[in-house]
Design a protein around this ligand. Structure first.
Ligand SMILES: Cc1ncc(C[n+]2csc(CCOP(=O)(O)OP(=O)(O)O)c2C)c(N)n1
Ligand SMILES: [Mg+2]
Length: 823
């Protein structure tokens, strides 16, 4: 809501109509003969060669999956193989003009795209950089294998390397491109601009937008292409990607140096099928996919349908679209028509389509029709085409033999402690700035910032020198502490960007970002569309390209809208890359209060359940700032929970209050907030304060001294302090605002039972929120754990309190009833 753009009733209410421009459909009509002036014979033959290599590669996999052998050599490939036999011209045409700076993100059906992009990169690289890439990639592990019997040129060696690396990856071997941790649907090779491929339909849609955002913000060369299927247009995140990619602000509000559209092609690889469903005529209503660009922005996304059965038509389209992008008029939508002869997967009997239909497409098989054109125009002879085919098969066979041999290509040993996955679930690095040679773009010196100046006048602690409590308005609050860490990092890391809903002029929904708008240009802090999926998905893409994004979901409840992006994308790409990629994304998630069932949930347990995410939930300003510093200098994805109930909380625990400068609170370390001897209370998040109230009641009225530990982090979590405390108190109660069933507390309780069974006089007791919807604020005391619920639970399950009567029943019979009824 920038004030500079006034919305007037006169303009908004004026009569008129919207005009659409015609969308080009298969307009390319030139022949090989026409193109002889633009392409050398060598180049045209190379197009055929690349298509032959891809076909031979996919044919080999088809044979292996269907018959368990290739050229008589047996192999049982247990994993998937979504083949693109028939789609080769689309891949080769697209990659022809691309170099290593151009990045492609794809789908489960990307073998062809990987090979085409790799072959194009190899063609454009000189021997030295090519050797450097192969030697440097995972210490040359795959190179050493292909080098052994290499006889030809460096470029021939590189082709062997590409085919072997991709195949070894598909067969889950450690020398594969991603150490065998990606596999067929996810394989990729960043040095050639081949970025992660995604088994979630449409998953690359918003990730590619984030990658393009990175290039745009940080002025990196090259374009980004999202290769996603025609059926992915039914996926919400793809629509969100289109909205995010075409935001007006890129062209209207960003400063001169950053004004203009994203360097992005959203390319729909349109093979007319999902698995068995038909988008056109059945599951969608667009008839011609390219039509969809028309509704997205006035440029209609320069949308166009291209004949993906003609490599030259695709090359022509990419050349024209690249020009549009260079002129900063992107992004672009392409509807590249193609067809797969193979099934969705080799086991697919194609029951959903007529044989006659497949035969019609086979008649215009690009490998045959393009070769025919080459021969007709004397580019080469038929026997040269035959040789290309034989040579492709020989290349594939050579890689196949190496990739299936366990002695040459072993699988990662995941049995031993310290194995590959243990090492790569998190990267655990500390990187102050993702790019050191560039100064961050800021609008004023940090000291001049109005909020920084205002905070300088406030108390760093909740108490004055005499220990008297100060009014909250005079203290640095939790939201201020977060702000201090965040703004400081903006002056250190030039790649740091923050975005989400209402992040700019509003100041972030809960005023954490107030003061940032004055400090940062649009390209470092901006409002996103209400697209939670795209907010997280673009952050993933931004990080995969080497940047550090800080993104925000206004309410924890909206995580549901970004489920795939958080659970499948953010969490997994570090380990799925074999440790090659880093994911320094901080996702701020605010746990609401007062707003009822869809705005008040604590979903820490969901994020803690997914391997690959670090999860923190600070409850004090000191911890919030220190954990934010740790998160923003780490290289792992951190889900940073905050509670709206305590944004205005001042620092009550740290001696000296919240430090003004840099410090870290280590992720994974709980903190003893109050020392005691009879009962340990372990809390997550804002419940800390209610637990302290309960501790006061227990101590003052019942003489039970309580030790209160604030978990601060959920993943990772070091149990040492908790076990130490339990050794002393021999009793533990765990409390948080999350619904009790399946909560992180339950996991903690189970582990504490296991780790400290002999130390405990009573089983750990969990006091969470009830397993209900969150009711209205006026009656929320029946739902969230209040001090009396903690005291009740102590009395019922840990130690009877003399003269105490429970406020509401919570004995085992009652808990069994609730469980029986699922409430
Ligand atoms: C979110 C999601 N839903 C469903 C699937 C199962 N699935 C795998 S591929 C596929 C069809 C995808 O069609 P399209 O996007 O057109 O790509 P194509 O397979 O045609 O290349 C489906 C439904 C999935 N992987 N991800
Ligand atoms: Mg499809």
């Amino acid at each position: 809501m920038p004030k500079c753009q006034m919305i007037t009733p006169t303009e908004s209410r004026a009569a008129g109509s919207i005009k659409f421009d015609p969308i080009p459909v298969n307009q390319y009509r030139r022949t090989v003969a026409d193109e002889l002036i633009n392409f050398s014979k060598k180049d045209l033959i190379r197009i055929q060669r690349d298509m032959e290599l891809i076909r031979a590669f996919e044919n080999m996999l088809n044979e292996v999956k269907l018959r368990g052998n290739y050229k008589g050599i047996e192999y049982n490939h247990r994993g998937p193989a979504h083949l693109s036999i028939g789609q080769e011209a689309t891949a080769v045409g697209q990659s022809y003009l691309l170099d290593v700076n151009d990045h492609i993100y794809g789908s489960h059906r990307s073998h062809g795209e990987i090979l085409a992009k790799g072959l194009s990169a190899i063609e454009k690289l000189d021997d030295k950089p090519l050797m450097d890439i192969m030697r440097g990639y995972f210490d040359g592990q795959a190179l050493k294998i292909v080098e052994k019997d290499a006889k030809g040129t460096t470029h021939e060696l590189a082709i062997d390397y590409l085919i072997y690396g991709a195949l070894a990856e598909i067969f889950a071997r450690e020398p594969g491109f991603n150490k065998g941790m990606g596999g067929s649907m996810h394989a990729f090779f960043p040095p050639f601009g081949i970025m992660p491929n995604n088994a979630i339909v449409g998953g690359s849609g918003d990730i590619a937008v984030g990658a393009a955002l990175f290039k745009h913000v940080n002025k990196k060369p090259g374009i980004v292409i999202a290769n996603i299927g025609d059926a992915s247009l039914g996926c919400g995140p793809v629509w969100e990607a289109l909205c995010f990619a075409t935001m007006d602000q890129f062209k209207l509000l960003w400063d001169d140096a950053h004004r203009g559209g994203l360097p992005l092609i959203i390319n729909f690889v349109n093979n007319f099928y999902g698995m068995g469903g038909q988008p056109v005529g059945e599951t969608m209503g667009f008839k011609v996919l390219a039509r969809l660009g028309a509704g997205v922005n006035p440029e209609q996304m320069h949308s166009e349908r291209v004949d993906g059965y003609s490599p030259l038509a695709v090359i022509d389209a990419i050349a024209r679209k690249k020009k549009i992008i260079e002129e900063k008029r992107g992004p672009v939508l392409l509807d590249t028509v193609t067809y797969r002869f193979s099934g969705h997967s080799p086991s697919d009997a194609s029951s959903y389509r007529e044989k006659a239909e497949i035969e019609e497409w086979q008649k215009c098989d690009p490998l045959i029709t393009f070769a025919r054109e080459l021969v007709k125009n004397n580019v080469c002879t038929q026997s040269e085409i035959d040789e290309l085919r034989e040579s492709a098969e020989a290349t594939i066979l050579k890689a196949y033999k190496k990739a299936i041999d366990l002695n040459i290509s072993p699988r990662a040993d995941l049995m031993k402690p310290g194995n590959l996955l243990e090492k790569t679930m998190f990267s655990n690095r500390k990187v102050e700035s993702m790019e050191t040679h560039r100064k961050p773009d800021v609008l004023m010196p940090l000291a001049d910032n109005p909020r920084v100046k205002q905070l300088a006048t406030k108390s760093r602690s909740a108490f004055d020198e005499k220990g008297a409590r100060l009014p909250k308005s005079r203290c640095v609050a939790l939201r201020d502490a977060l702000f201090e860490a965040i703004i400081d990092r903006f002056y250190v890391d030039p790649t740091l960007v923050a975005y989400g809903e209402e992040n700019r002029d509003w100041g972030g929904a809960f005023a954490v970002y107030r003061g940032l708008t004055e400090a940062l240009p649009y390209h470092r802090l901006f409002n996103s569309p209400i697209s939670e999926g795209a907010i997280v998905g673009t952050a993933v893409g931004y990080a995969l390209e080497g940047g550090r994004p800080l993104v925000e979901l206004m309410y924890c409840d909206f995580m549901g809208r970004a489920g795939d992006e958080i659970f499948n994308q953010l969490a997994k790409w570090q380990s799925m890359s074999g440790g090659l990629l880093k994911m320094p994304v901080v996702l701020r998630v605010s746990v609401g209060s007062k707003y009822g069932a869809q705005h008040s949930q604590d979903w820490t347990s969901m994020t803690a359940h997914i391997p690959g995410l670090k999860v923190v939930f600070p409850a004090t300003p000191y911890d919030a700032k220190g954990l934010m510093y740790s998160a923003l200098t780490g290289t792992d994805p951190v889900i940073f929970f905050e509670s709206q109930r305590i944004y205005d909380q001042a620092e009550e625990f740290a001696p000296g209050g919240v430090p003004t400068g840099y410090y870290e609170v280590p992720i994974g370390e709980p903190d003893v907030k109050k020392v005691g001897s009879d009962l340990t209370i372990l809390t997550i998040g804002a419940t800390l304060y209610r637990a302290l109230e309960a501790a006061k009641i227990l101590e003052e009225k019942y003489g039970m001294s309580c030790e209160v530990i604030d978990a601060r982090s959920i993943v990772p979590f070091n149990f040492e302090k908790v076990i130490e405390s339990v050794k002393k108190t021999r009793k533990i109660l765990l409390a948080s605002d999350a619904c009790e069933r399946g909560s992180a507390l339950q996991t903690f309780a189970a582990k504490i039972t296991q780790f400290a069974f002999d130390e405990l006089d009573a089983p750990p007791v969990v006091v969470g929120a009830r397993n209900w919807i969150t009711p209205a604020d006026e009656v929320e005391d029946a739902f969230f754990p209040y001090p009396n619920d903690i005291v009740d639970a102590v009395h019922e399950h840990i130690k009877p309190l003399k003269g105490y009567t429970v406020a509401r029943p919570c004995d085992n019979a009652e808990l069994l009833r609730r469980s029986r009824e699922g409430i």
